[in-house]
Design a protein around this ligand. Structure first.
Ligand code: GLA
Length: 347
């Protein structure tokens, strides 16, 4: 009889540093309390049979199936990668239990792939590191699912746990864990607008950044001087995308310094500046999300911003713990489509 192996991974929220992770920049994500758990039983045939608490009917696929745009694609891609790495050698039966809403920008797909690869690592008794797992999980998204994402989500869900933020340098692949403040909650609210990284808008932004990288002859768009970008002959659209990347990278450094110094007012201020840059320069927000962010701040948050890939999904707001309940009631009464997802803070 085959043994069952299990692994789990959290969802994540990015506190600041959007679209910097494929441009050589910094990000500051944090693990959430919500997450998912995977149980894996290797099979002798090539089937990938997946049951999930989120879907009524199980998916039965073949490990050789190419991605077809279905909910089980991350599972098939992860098993193909596990076979490629020599962790498994055929199909599997998988059972998923998840509290991460899909299509919300909270890395449900990265968490699923990372958890499957960790379960396969346990089964094989292999000595892959969590960073190796994160890199392999990104390969599944990039090469199998066709999502041109960076490394932020996979690194966070493979290595972080709730209570601290991960200051990750995506160029050097070095990180530091920074305790979150105990006085404030980082509250994640879903806007009510679902989004998918596969819908083309994420890829369009990446292509615009790629055009700017070609123009400047660098892979590290975030590391160019702002004056160099401003003074260049780069066309208007890629120039605005580049200005977002450069300034957003500087804001991540400011946010880390503010957290280190316990200056929550400054932390909130850079969150607000980040939202303005995503709205005006990177053009990844939507009017309904701008309204939610504005009201979150007006009602009392020290800062708020869209989080994740953009064009829908969630916002993150920083609010004093003792004000949270009243604040939340008021925000949700003004935005009936929005809903509370999770909140993280330091001990
Ligand atoms: C998605 C991607 C990440 C990152 C963010 C934007 O979450 O998966 O790699 O690019 O969007 O910051």
């Amino acid at each position: 009889m085959n043994d069952v192996v299990s692994a789990s991974a959290p969802g994540r929220v990015n506190l600041i540093g959007e679209h910097t992770d494929y441009n050589g920049g910094m990000v500051l994500p944090a693990a959430l309390n919500i997450g998912l758990e995977v149980s894996l039983i290797p099979r002798s045939d090539s089937a990938v049979a997946v049951s999930s608490d989120g879907y009524d009917a199980p998916a039965i696929r073949d490990v050789a199936d190419d991605a077809v745009g279905g909910w089980s694609d991350p599972c098939v891609g992860a098993i193909r990668e596990a076979n490629r790495l020599g962790l498994l050698d055929a199909g599997v039966t998988l059972d998923l239990v998840s509290s991460i809403p899909a299509g919300s920008g909270l890395s449900s797909s990265a968490a699923l792939i990372v958890a499957i690869l960790k379960a396969a690592r346990t089964y094989a008794g292999a000595d892959l590191t969590d960073i190796d797992i994160a890199i392999a999980a990104r390969r599944v998204e990039n090469d199998y699912m066709g999502v041109p994402c960076g490394i932020m989500d996979q690194m966070t869900v493979a290595l972080a746990s709730p209570g601290s933020a991960m200051a990750l340098d995506t160029k050097r692949m070095e990180y530091a864990l920074i305790p979150l403040p105990a006085s404030h909650d980082m509250v994640v609210l879903h806007s009510g607008i679902t989004r998918k990284l596969t819908d083309g808008r994420y890829a369009a932004r990446k292509q615009e950044c790629d055009a700017a990288k070609r123009f400047f002859g660098t892979e590290d768009l975030c590391l160019i001087e702002e004056e160099t970008v401003r003074g260049s002959d780069l066309a208007d659209v890629p120039k605005r995308r580049a200005l977002h990347c450069v300034s957003e990278n500087a804001r991540v450094h400011s946010a880390i310094a503010a957290l280190d110094a316990g200056d929550i007012g400054e932390f909130g201020a850079v969150m607000n500046e980040s939202h303005a840059s995503m709205r005006d320069l990177f053009e990844m927000s939507l009017p309904a999300i701008d309204a939610l962010v504005n009201d979150a701040v007006q009602i009392g948050a020290v800062g708020a911003r869209l989080t994740g890939g953009g064009f829908g999904g969630c916002i993150v707001a920083c609010i004093a713990k003792e004000e949270r309940e009243g604040w939340l009631g008021e925000v949700l009464s003004r935005h009936p489509d929005a809903r509370f997802i999770d909140a993280v803070s330091g001990a």
